[in-house]
Design a protein around this ligand. Structure first.
Ligand code: GNR
Ligand code: NI
Length: 167
């Protein structure tokens, strides 16, 4: 296992679109282990492979509270098959350290994916889990939190992140 470097906006690799996982093999399982270690160390509630420079359709989420046992969920080749309702949620992103912004999302989503054993599952989620699924799924499409903001906020965040990178 290894903690991997999390790419920061405006790294162009965050804009790459993930390719489907062909087989849940040893390489993918090792990537999942690295991603889990990286996410828990950060710490974050989710991490997409794109964020560590791996363009494969895979993300992980753990929304368990600090005082609860960990509850790692793995989503391989995810497909959000339905979205209902709307909510506004104050989001953070490990690729935008120090920044939180309100983002509008669907209130409830149903996602189909493969688990770490390569078995298909379907999950309907709301609350933070629904938000995290949409946030991580966006990463796999090369879409970022900043793309959901209005023009003015987008420019402010872009400037903050560009300045930060230059330091
Ligand atoms: O750690 C994270 N927290 C978070 C909070 C609100 C909405 C989404 C997230 S995801 C983020 C980790 C991350 O950047 N995943 O891509
Ligand atoms: Ni993120």
């Amino acid at each position: 296992m290894a903690i991997r470097t999390i790419l920061h906006y405006p790294d162009p690799r965050l804009r790459e679109k993930a390719l489907p996982v062909e087989a849940v093999d040893a390489r993918i399982l090792s990537l999942i282990n690295d991603m889990a270690e990286t996410m828990y160390a950060a710490p974050g509630v989710g991490l997409a492979a794109t964020q560590i420079g791996e363009t494969v359709a895979l993300f992980i989420i753990d929304i368990a509270d600090d005082d609860e046992p960990s509850d790692l969920r793995v989503f391989i080749n995810p497909d959000i098959v339905s979205k209902t309702g709307k909510l506004c949620f104050r989001e953070g992103c490990l690729s935008f350290p120090g920044i939180t912004e309100d983002v509008e999302r669907a209130a409830q989503v149903t996602v189909r994916a493969l688990d770490r054993d390569g078995n298909p599952f379907e999950l309907t989620a709301d609350g933070l889990l629904a938000v995290a699924i949409q946030h991580e799924n966006d990463h796999l499409l090369g879409k970022l939190m900043i793309d959901h903001l209005g023009l003015i906020k987008r420019r402010i965040v872009h400037r903050q992140m560009s300045k930060r990178d230059a330091d």
